[in-house]
Design a binder for this molecule. Structure first.
Ligand SMILES: [Zn+2]
Length: 186
């Protein structure tokens, strides 16, 4: 490490490697509050029998929320109705610009390849997410698309923000499904 930034990165990487899943890891002043909003939206999804994932788009500087979304695949019969996609589309409508420069996305679950592609196309500043998705995550778990060096835009990401709570709502949902208390076939 020959620079203060490099040293900071290394310190964060080591902290991340050692931290338990429940320990929040934040790098922006609004990260935790925005993840709280995203978790509340995940609860809305759960109440509808959807896999509980929630997302918000907020102005990076002020924390003003400009887009909200939760997973609606079942109710909309739409394979693309992921929380991030709905939040990003609402943010573009409300800001009047498809370029969401100056905005950050907070989402309870690591974005999939479709949503990571959308995030890059929307030119979002950054992504904050809660739980890793070992089966479909395209930030770092299955693929690494958000900050791919060959792409024309890169969105740095902060994983593990309220990761314990974000993972638990999903685990509880699937436990409930196995007990037969929620909509089957998800
Ligand atoms: Zn997705």
């Amino acid at each position: 490490m020959n620079s203060p930034r490099g040293a900071l990165w290394m310190a964060r990487a080591l902290a991340s490697a050692r931290a338990p899943a429940t320990e929040p890891l934040t790098s922006g002043p609004h990260d935790a509050a925005m993840m709280g909003e995203a978790l509340a939206l995940a609860e809305v999804a759960r109440a509808l029998g959807e896999v509980p994932v929630g997302a918000v788009v907020f102005r990076s500087a002020t924390g003003e929320v400009v887009g909200r979304g939760y997973n609606r695949r079942e109710v909309d019969k739409d394979p693309a109705a992921h929380a991030e996609l709905i939040a990003v589309r609402e943010a573009a409508r409300r800001t009047g610009d498809w370029r969401l420069t100056g905005c950050t996305l907070a989402v309870t679950l690591e974005p999939c390849a479709m949503c990571a592609g959308l995030i890059v196309n929307a030119r979002l500043d950054r992504v904050v997410y809660g739980a890793d998705d070992p089966k479909a995550g395209a930030a770092r778990s299955v693929a690494r698309l958000l900050d791919h060096p060959r792409l024309n835009h890169r969105a740095p990401f902060t994983p593990g923000v309220m990761g314990g709570a974000c993972g638990e709502i999903l685990r509880e949902f699937f436990r409930s499904l196995r007990r037969g208390n929620a909509t089957p076939g998800v």
